[in-house]
Write a protein of this length. Structure first.
Ligand code: ZN
Length: 128
């Protein structure tokens, strides 16, 4: 073979063939890529999962906090009703203790616990 055989025409034919191969390979690659399932990035998946868990925990904690607040309000209301009831039951007359420490004024015959009227006045913050 001599250089004479490498004509411009022959080079052009090889070039065209190479371009056809290239186009066919490119199309095949595109078809392959389109058939592949989309695989998400693992870091993104983990970040999304962590955020979902955090959001869920936050939601649960918020719900528990709201429930605790409702219970606290109910308890405060109940304590207020009981304090009112105790105040109504309490004799405003002072206790009178004998030598045993019993309250003769309210017929309370034990030293411990002390006379309930005394304890009730202490509960109200008044004088024992
Ligand atoms: Zn008493």
């Amino acid at each position: 073979m001599t250089d004479d055989l490498l004509t411009d025409d022959l080079l052009t034919q090889d070039h065209k063939r190479l371009r056809e191969y290239h186009a066919a390979l490119r199309d095949a690659l595109r078809a392959y890529q389109e058939q592949q399932p989309i695989v998400p990035d693992l870091g993104d998946v983990l970040a999304d999962a962590a955020k979902a868990v955090a959001d869920k925990e936050q939601q649960e904690l918020t719900g528990q906090l709201e429930q605790a607040r409702r219970i606290a309000v109910e308890l405060e209301n109940e304590v207020a009703r009981l304090r009112d009831l105790v105040a109504d039951f309490t004799d405003s007359d002072p206790c009178h203790y004998d030598h045993h420490g019993y309250c003769q004024a309210h017929f309370w015959f034990q030293a411990e616990p002390a006379c309930p009227h005394r304890r009730a006045r202490e509960l109200e913050g008044g004088a024992a």
